[in-house]
Design a protein around this ligand. Sequence first.
Ligand code: SF4
Length: 163
Amino acid sequence: MSKYDGQGYIARVMPEVYTDGEGIRVSVYVSGCTFHCKDCFNASIWGFNKGRQFDELVLDEIINYLRKPYIQGVSILGGEPLQNLIIVNPLIKRVRKEFGQEKDIWMWSGYMREYIERDPDLKDVLDQIDVLVDGPFVNYLKDLSLKFRGSHNQRIHYLSNQQ
Ligand code: SF4
């Protein structure tokens, strides 16, 4: 058990997305986030029990979407993925089991990379993904022209040799 486990609800799964990272991607939006950033784009899924329970069927659905050859990888967003480890850990494990490094894994988190690296539960996730976009959305630093992020404080970390 970890304080970051969450309740395991998925707000939505989108099979072909062009804006959540590089290439055409499957996007998985988990439910629940305690950061409550002002003017968050996804405030409707701050609650931890929105949508449907994550289970083997949902996981199979995500994996099947990923099998399409033109899908580059999976993007995990929210909500806050790192407050939903009971989704994120099995999802990452299954993606790696099915595809190895062939499909990349991007994640958006309100936690800063430095914080994540200091916590063993979270660091474990960091070690397995390819790209982290970190930091909360800060309204007064908002810039709609930024790629893959909403405000200037957020950073894109390429963590693996995949990119
Ligand atoms: S961390 Fe992300 S999902 Fe959570 S409130 Fe901030 S912008 Fe919204």
